[in-house]
Design a protein around this ligand. Structure first.
Ligand code: ADP
Length: 458
């Protein structure tokens, strides 16, 4: 702004310059006696007044433009336009204002563009399925995306990276990147947690050293699930081979004996044929269960849509398995409500579920005991409980029972004709029905397998 001193001097200078020509003319007229001294004073005075008015007016106009410029400098270009115009004055200031406005528009456009790019980048950053961190100087976390926050179960990752990961291989690679050298392209490590997690990390150095120092981008890729899948596949193949090898070895052995030393022994023939039949049935049962399991897995995503009467399913299961119960000298009791209970499901698959559960209950219960099947509607679901009185299952096995080939006692299961796949099949069918399987057991007393299924709408 103008200080009053400078303003005064400028005004005096302006007035002086403006009145000099009048003063010269006045003095010339005086020297030739056209006018008197009083007229000279009058003429100079008359020139001073408009010069003063003109100066003040020009100054006001300049001040108004300066004020506009000052405001434009302070204000964000994204703030609303300043549409007030200057009143028309003596100076041609329209062009200055027009240029200013154009600059402002260009700046506004550039800033909006930058803002929308930043918004897109932020959205993209948060949508990335893998955890991503941006590190500043000294391993300080500058930014973390939603996946990273979820991965480490925090609202926002802050502070030093070592608060979250301390694995020496990763920290060493990060320090290498800080030193400007190329770190290993992929670092694999395990984060010890309740369940250990296998992670692959990738580090990128943002080479343009910003005012805030070096920046690194660390991407983590959780390998736990894929590792587990890999392991499960390996275990599965090993288990299937093992399950098939045993009966096959028995079959080969029996055949060799029949063709060799026992060729003419009719008694031995009978014994060996019975054994071969049992082993063939075992292999056939195993293959049936495997096929059934893979078929259920293929369709697991598509929920069945038939309206199924649970009473009918269970009566069917009971008649299928009654003979076995009688053979084992065990009682099979069906406890159904008076009103039929309908669920949305697949009749054959539900028959498979309850056949497996009742069959297990008969296999693993005490001699001469009772196996009870109870059906109860409960709110919006039906509960079917298969209850036995048997040796029960220890707590530590419960969570693993539905894994393929998991058995509490493998020899016992095999002797009883089990494949170790029954409960895995049950679990997949129940989950296809959007139901739940609950297992409660007391060692020495017995077990209760409850299947909860959504009731069918009327
Ligand atoms: P299996 O063919 O061996 O019966 P399942 O998958 O049906 O395979 O069952 C897995 C294991 O769970 C069985 O080997 C057995 O140890 C245990 N189990 C299943 N049902 C019962 C039960 N009612 N009582 C005790 N143990 C059971």
């Amino acid at each position: 702004m103008y200080n009053s001193n400078g303003y005064l001097w400028k005004m005096l200078l302006f007035i002086t310059v403006a009145t000099v020509p009048v003063a010269i003319v006045s003095f010339w007229l005086l020297s030739h006696d056209y006018i008197r001294i009083g007229h000279v004073a009058l003429l100079i005075g008359a020139a001073i007044l408009p010069a003063f008015v003109l100066f003040t007016k020009l100054m006001r106009e300049m001040q108004a433009v300066a004020f506009r410029m000052e405001r434009a400098a302070i204000m964000s270009p994204l703030e609303g336009d300043d549409r007030s115009t200057l009143r028309e004055g003596l100076l041609p200031l329209d062009n200055v204002l027009l240029t200013m406005e154009q600059y402002r528009r260009v700046l506004q456009h550039m800033l909006r563009e930058a803002q929308s790019r930043q918004d897109e980048a932020s959205l993209l950053f948060d949508m990335l399925p893998d955890p991503v961190l941006v590190l500043g100087n000294k391993r300080r976390i500058r930014r973390s995306n939603v996946s990273a926050n979820q991965f480490f179960s925090v609202e926002e990752m802050e502070g030093d990276l070592t608060r979250f990961i301390r694995h020496p291989a990763l920290l060493k690679a990060i320090d290498t990147a800080y030193e400007g050298r190329e770190p290993d392209s992929r670092i694999e490590f395990t984060i010890s947690d309740v369940v250990p997690r296998h992670v692959a990390a990738y580090i990128v150095n943002l080479k343009d050293e910003s005012s805030e120092g070096l920046r690194l981008i660390v991407t983590l890729h959780d390998l736990t699930a894929s590792r587990r899948m890999q392991q499960m596949r390996v275990d599965f193949v090993a288990n299937v081979s093992h399950e098939l090898r045993t009966p096959l070895a028995i079959l080969i052995g029996a055949l060799e004996t029949l063709m060799g030393p026992a060729r003419n022994d009719l008694e031995a023939h009978k014994r060996f044929f019975t054994m071969m039949q049992a082993q063939s049935l075992r292999m056939s049962q195993l293959i049936d269960d495997l096929l059934s399991l893979s078929q259920i897995e293929v369709n697991e995503h598509s929920r069945p849509s038939d309206r199924v009467d649970l009473g009918k399913v269970l009566c069917g299961v009971s008649s299928l398995i009654k003979a076995k119960a009688v053979n084992l000298d065990k009682a099979l009791v069906l406890d159904l409500p008076e009103e039929p209970v309908f669920v949305t499901g697949d009749f054959d698959q539900l028959t498979q579920v309850f056949t497996n559960l009742v069959d297990n209950a008969l296999k693993y219960s005490f001699e001469k005991s009772e196996v009870r099947v109870e059906v109860r509607p409960n709110g919006r679901e039906a509960r079917v409980a298969v209850i036995d009185e048997g040796e029960g299952i220890a707590e530590e096995h419960l969570s693993r029972l539905t894994e393929r080939f998991y058995r509490v006692d493998s020899d016992r299961s095999r002797k009883l004709g089990g494949t170790g796949l029954g409960l895995a099949i049950v679990k997949h069918i129940v989950s296809r029905h959007r139901g739940h399987l609950e297992i409660d057991s007391v060692v020495g007393k017995g077990s209760r397998f409850t299947v909860r299924l959504p009731l069918s709408a009327e």
